[in-house]
Design a protein around this ligand. Sequence first.
Ligand SMILES: [Zn+2]
Length: 380
Amino acid sequence: MSIRWNTKARPWARNTWTWRGSILASDPELEGKWHAPRSGRDVAARLVRSADGNVSVADVESGGELVSAASAQIRISRRVGSVPRRIFFPDQSMFVTRDNDGVDRLLGASVGRGTKWLVEMERFRPRLAIAVALIAVLAFAVYRYAVPVLVEVAIAVTPDVVPGLMSSGALATLDEAVLSESELDAERQQEITNGFKALAAHAPRGSDGYTLYFRKGGAIGPNALALPDGTIIITDELIILAGDDDDSIYGVLGHEIGHVADEHSLRRLYRAAGITGLIILIGGDIGSGVEDVLIQGSALLSLSYSRDQERDADRYSIEIMHRAGRDPEAIARFFEVMRDRFGDTGKGAILTTHPATSERIEEARRYAREITATAKGGDG
Ligand SMILES: [Zn+2]
């Protein structure tokens, strides 16, 4: 075992070797300079190592011994290019030599190749581990903080015209691919539109900020969709499924208003663009494809909302329904109807994007009761 010096007291000792092992009987000599402890004085000196394992430094002129120590007690700086090597003695005197090869011969005699590699790894490994940890933290921070910040910036700098273009593009694509003209009679459409306007009056953009479209869902069945400019589409199938429970229709519409109000689809789209896409977007270098993707709007349709966004939209529905004087539990009731009709893993319908799980229904009911109770508590 080598002697471990307190490296705090001897900062120079951090990057040095501890002399290990035995000294061979050969008698190499190193020419250099000896620096007295804590002094700027140096003298031409010669380092020798004796057969008994001691290392000593002698004055070249007088031949007198300047310092001597057991080989286990000295430390040698690592080889870095042609930088002179320093050999430290326990009395804090130092021998400096440019004879790098000579020092290596000395080291080679005292520590084997394996040992040298081990020493290298010991020195390197903590730094490597720290570097890897830092990179991991940085990558996480970029994902956790930089992307959301960039998404917010992108939303802030998105020209007003873009959500409109995206939305009309998406609606055109939907009409072409899956939706068809509503078969609902005009009177019923007007009735629901009136109820929708009254509900939207409690949303940030007001009743004129949202437009309701009726369509026959076809392949997407009972469904409702929100586009970033406030366009909301509801299918005949959903209205028929709701039966005479109009509040459950408004509950769904409130949920879709929530997606628009919190700009969920823009957030999803921008998040999907990734850091590079966001930087291009924010930098204004739109034109090479990015613009086309945005305006086509089909990208909007390929994205689904996150679980958190769905929960937030459910809560939004509950709050706006309560503000509008309608039944806040209606959204939960609608999901129950969906679940009973299609099961909680139904395919094709609204369920793929809006899983009507018992957990979700329970959560919505709980929040609706909480809102109602808080309001009552506030009144009395
Ligand atoms: Zn939703």
